[in-house]
Each structure stands twice: as C-alpha cells, then as structure tokens.
Design a protein around this ligand. Structure first.
Ligand SMILES: [Zn+2]
Ligand SMILES: [Zn+2]
Length: 380
C-alpha cells in the first residue's frame, strides 16, 4: 500500500508519551497522487439514515429510489444497492444482529440455540429493544462494536459454511500479506490507540442491550462482549473511526443529543456533523492528526477510502490527516478557528494538538515497527 507503520519519538512530547506509531510513505508522491485505497473492516451508516433507503447500508453508495433491496424482516430498516452487498452484510454481521433464523445449519455449531418459535420471538424482542435504543439516542459506536464482534464470529462460521467464491474476495478480512498464526487481525486491532471509556449508566445500558442480542443469537457469544472487552473495543472505535462523507458532506444531520461529553466523534475534515456514516479502517487508523495535514481522505461514492497526497511527499515522510475541520468558517479569525479545533480535538480524542502548525516543531523517526516487534513489545 506504499506505506509502512513506524514508531517515532515526538520530541515535543518527550515527557509524556514519547513514542507514537505512525504511517510513513515508502516512496515519493506528487501533489494530488493517490497513495492507497482500502475498504473498511466495519462500517455503519448514521442511524437517522437507516430505514430511509438513501444509501446502501453496506457500501454507502447512494440508492436510486425504487431500485434498492430492502429486506422486510430487517429491524434496522437497512437497504442495499445489490444482492452482493446484502449477502456480505448478512454474513458479516447483519443477520446475527438484526436477522432471524439460524446463522448456519444447526448441526454445524454447538451452542447455537434451538430455534423454537418462542426462542425466535424472544430474540426478535431483544433485537427490537436494541434498535429502539439506537434510534432514540442516535449513537453508532455500540453498533460498530457489535459488528466487529459479529464479524469475528462470521470468520469462524465461514469455515463451516463457506461463502460463494464470487463473494470471498470482497468479504475477506484484511489480513497481512503473509498471515502469521501468532499475529492475527485481532491482535492488530488490539494495538490501535484507544480512549478510556467510563462505564457510565448509559454505556452499561447499551452494553447490556448488545450483549442480550448476541446471547440470543448464539449461546456463549455474550462472552465476546464481556464488559471489559466491550469498553476496550469501544475505546478503539471511538479513537479510530473515520467519518465518511461525499462532496463536502450533508447539511441535514441532526445535532447530537445529550451533553457534549457524550457526543460521538469520527475523524473527518468536513466535521462529524456532515458525515453519512462511520467506519474503521485497518491501515488508515495509523494516520495521526495534524492541523496542516500531508494527506486527505477521499470517498468516491462508496465507503472505500482513497488516501490522497495534499502536497509533494518524500519517501520516509510521516503521513498526517486532519481529524476535524481546520478551516476558519464564515470570516472566523484564524486564532478563533485554531481554538475551536483544539477544543474539538480535546473532546473527541483527548489530546492537546502538538502538530507542526500548532507548535512549529518536527517529530523524529526512530525505527520501524513490524508484526514480530509488536508481539515482543506487548506491554511497552
Ligand atoms: Zn452496496
Ligand atoms: Zn495542531
């Protein structure tokens, strides 16, 4: 993908957390050149768009009215641009979270609950309670955690009930080119930066609702979202999810409900308030923030992310994106815009920006971090 993951020592942060993991260009790029593209690992449309059939719930493609696929039994009201998107979504997480019927033939999975009518009705009731909660609060991080866990399960299920060959490539997990048994995709996600999530009353409520849905789908599955695992995964989603927007974003996104401390933020230079959905990407999670970013994200009608050079980039340079809008709005003084964006960064990602634009200091590259290093350095 033309990039490598490295550890750097940020000189201005020598006293706090001197090491950080960043993406480094592995060749030169011209201004405007595409560096790489990648599909999300998990993605979620904003909740107010589910049930409206405006965008494909899987790939986020805009839907033409009357031409979308809207499965009637889907409690979330998801719509798809194609049977391919529907099948991949069902297999990865939708069926487990919001569908009905067995996930795989009963004999294939021990622990799968027997599908009596009563059990099925109970499962639907838990799914409905989860959907009602999501629609009421508008949050999606809990659903991204749910989709991540479901995807984990679906990888196992796929071994028992393989997908049609045509879907295998598009639905494959983005594993390293040479997968190693010691370093899986899930270890990789564990290495991502995260926010500490406090188990507030609302967080416990969303957790219980998700856990009930998983438990009613497959007995024992609730353990994958045991509370500490849940908080850790939600913290990773909160820090790393990227806002998807086309052409500068939309104008009709409702303001988040509740206190500002409970708002969900995603990385997007157009502002979370203009996105249509959020997604977690394997490589782009390593992009650090700068108020004078070297790269930008571009979405060409789907949630496939294209990374574009904002200027000429030399081999070895540390790539940075903007996690929030950095432009002054409506004649705002640059100093006011700077203060506003620093407030958003502190709220959304809990750091005081130390970028070159804010401090005038450069970071120093000290070494490469590869998968074996990651294992050795666990706990560092
Ligand atoms: Zn689609
Ligand atoms: Zn800055």
């Amino acid at each position: 993908m033309n990039v490598v993951v490295r550890q750097i020592i940020a000189t201005e942060q020598a006293n706090s957390s001197p090491r950080k993991v960043v993406l480094i260009a592995s060749k030169d790029f011209q201004h405007g050149e595409e560096i790489y593209k990648e599909h999300p690992v998990i993605a979620q449309l904003d909740i107010d768009l589910e049930g409206t059939a405006q965008y494909c719930s899987h790939c986020f493609r805009a839907l033409q009215s009357g031409k979308s696929i809207t499965p009637p039994e889907d409690l979330l009201g998801s719509a798809y641009c194609s049977t391919e998107c529907q099948m991949i979504s069902d297999t990865q997480s939708q069926n487990l979270l919001f569908g009905r019927g067995p996930l795989v033939p009963n004999e294939a999975v021990t622990g799968q609950l027997e599908r009596t009518e009563a059990a099925e009705a109970e499962r639907r009731a838990y799914q409905q309670a989860f959907v009602d909660f999501l629609k009421a609060c508008g949050w999606t991080q809990v659903l991204l955690v749910g989709r991540f866990c479901a995807r984990h399960v679906s990888e196992e299920v796929k071994k028992l009930a393989p997908l049609p060959a045509s879907l295998v490539e598009r639905s494959a997990l983005p594993e390293p080119i040479t997968p190693s048994p010691e370093y899986t995709f899930y270890d990789h996600v564990e290495r991502l930066k995260f926010l500490e999530i406090q188990p507030t009353e609302m967080v416990m409520l969303e957790h219980n609702l998700l856990q009930d849905v998983l438990k009613k789908a497959v007995a024992g599955l609730e353990e994958v979202v045991e509370i500490n695992k849940y908080l850790a995964m939600k913290g990773r989603i909160a820090y790393n999810s990227i806002g998807v927007a086309f052409d500068g974003g939309r104008d009709d996104r409702a303001d988040p409900k509740g206190r500002v401390e409970t708002w969900e933020w995603s990385r997007t230079p157009v502002g979370t308030e203009r996105q249509i959905g959020s997604a977690l990407y394997r490589v782009s999670s390593y992009l650090t923030h700068s108020c004078s970013p070297s790269v930008r994200l571009c979405f060409k009608g789907t949630n496939e992310l294209h990374l574009i050079a904002n200027r000429a980039i030399s081999k070895g340079e540390h790539l940075t994106m903007s996690y929030t809008s950095i432009e002054a709005k409506n004649g705002e003084a640059p100093e006011v815009a700077r203060r506003q964006r620093r407030i958003r960064l502190a709220r959304g990602w809990r750091f005081a920006c130390e970028c070159e634009a804010c401090t005038g200091k450069k970071s120093e590259v000290v070494g490469t971090m590869t998968a074996p290093d990651v294992i050795l350095e666990k706990g560092v």
